[in-house]
Design a protein around this ligand. Structure first.
Ligand code: SF4
Length: 75
């Protein structure tokens, strides 16, 4: 499994994650920040356990995130 964590509070809505993986990320119409689709939000962090098949794309999102607010780990 892959754990994806987004510190959403600091997201600036740059859209890089959405362009890379629109099935997993989208921009919220209400606050302009990106949403980790399927994730659970707690204390400003959104967390999701995804399948191993999402690892490579998620790591790319981690690397391209302009503010480095995405973290991806194999678990
Ligand atoms: S790449 Fe990072 S800063 Fe940009 S929208 Fe996605 S989570 Fe937010």
């Amino acid at each position: 499994m892959v754990r994806i964590i987004q510190y959403r509070k600091l997201c600036n809505g740059c859209n890089a994650c959405v362009e890379l993986d629109p099935a997993r990320w989208r921009i919220s119409k209400s606050d302009g920040k990106s949403i980790l689709v399927g994730g659970a939000e707690n204390n400003g962090f959104t967390t999701l356990l995804a399948s191993d098949g999402e690892y490579e794309l998620s790591k790319l999102a981690e690397q391209r995130c302009s503010l480095k607010v995405i973290r991806v780990h194999k678990v």
